[in-house]
Design a protein around this ligand. Sequence first.
Ligand code: FAD
Length: 485
Amino acid sequence: SCGLVWLRRDLRVSDHAALHQALKHCQRVHVVFVFDTEILDALPRTDRRVEFIRESLVEVDVQLRELAGHPQAGLIVRHGVAQDKIVKLAQHLQAQAVFANHDDEPLALARDIQVRGHLADHGIVLHTFKDHVVFERNEVLTQMAKPFSVFTPYKNAWLKKVTPEDLQAFDVAPLTKRLAPRPDDLAHPVPSLQAIGFEPTNLKALKIPTGESGAQALLQDFLTRIDQYEDTRNFPAVKGPSYLSVHLRFGTVSIRQLAREAHPRMLAGSTGASVWLSELIWRDFYVQVLHNFAHVGHGQSFKPDYNAIHWEHGPHAHKLFDAWCEARTGYPLVDAAMRQLNQTGYMHNRLRMVVASFLVKDLGIDWRWGEKYFATHLNDFDLSANNGGWQWASSSGCDAQPYFRIFNPISQSEKFDPEGKFIRRYVPELAALSTKDLHAPWLTKPLELQAAEVVIGKTYPYPIVDHAEAREKTLERYAVVKKKP
Ligand code: FAD
């Protein structure tokens, strides 16, 4: 029998649920990735994520040949509407079944329903598997068999449920001789970016490692620091986190492997490993929120009351939003963070919280605008985590911070970039200011500004809002959601 493995957000060959199942059940296995024009057409022509995917596929292609021990057993790559391409390819290869891993985003689910139907018309079965998270959908429920909407009890239930079997790798090694050579008409190398209508980005200049080998290098490096994670993770100038998010997003690393590293370290008493595992559990948490509370994936607040909030609108709101996007808010930490995002596609978690809070609670802009901006600019953009993060910051989400908790962008800056290293890296025009003045340059004495060659309003903007006034306005804005006594 012949099986076709369809890669989507799982661009690796190790510890891969769908590949494991296909090799187990089929004599002949092919692997395909489709550059789906329904997704790609909406993207700018230079998109780091497309280059990340392309580079990672080149590695998959090499790995498949090596595993099969056959130079023609490489990856099949198609370009077009995925629904059509998969059905045609499965027919062409005379496959009896297509194997894929779950993708629970609304558009992916709709696509899979179509593909399943079209394949069935030709007598071909679509088998799908959990792979992207440790626990999915309804696997972790409350005692009342309801989905969790608060993180800590979810995490406790997750930790109680997890067993070594849940984290076991899906071994593909013993059966790789079943990886079949591609027919001649499909034996093409992975297409160049240009061939799929894209242009190279600064991915390589940024030294963002791609593919499984890239993820493993980042993981090995992180494991030397994991015990310090709790102490370092909040400081954007420090190499504290793992930088694995883009790899988790595209599945160039297995979540089970990461949990296999973190869980025993936690049990052995490492607080760093315990806090990091918690972050991986937050990821599972938001994926199940998207599944169980599907309205959040359709632009709705998790808490319906919050849909009544009246956000700033009109030309003034657009001016404020543009200043935020273009790192011209006059708050150095916010601007440094937005430059990190615009230049690299990554933003440190602490800064995501700071800029999201600033947009929503200092500028009064609808969180959906920020969510959308992040969605186009983050290398690791993931609907569930991004929506969860924005709804956390805007207080509309499940287990979000209370609406009256409003980050002060100056004290956040003093606390989490105490030496101003991060600000100086991304806002060099302020670098010569003293560290004390760097966090709120408009309060600096004229002589000191002059000595640092900073002219507020000219070389660096005035703050676009006054934080204390903005805070008052926000409390009024959120009055509609105050619980009635
Ligand atoms: P590490 O600190 O090493 O964490 C390890 C992994 O845990 C991450 O790679 C990620 O997969 C997961 N994780 C960590 N924090 C969270 C979290 N709060 N929610 C869900 N998963 C988490 N993360 C994304 O992967 N994609 C997004 O689109 C995204 N958007 C966000 C938007 C906002 C407004 C906020 C506040 C957070 C967002 N996050 C998002 C969560 C978090 O900021 C990133 O996962 C993290 O900064 C990635 O860096 P890292 O891999 O070095 O993280």
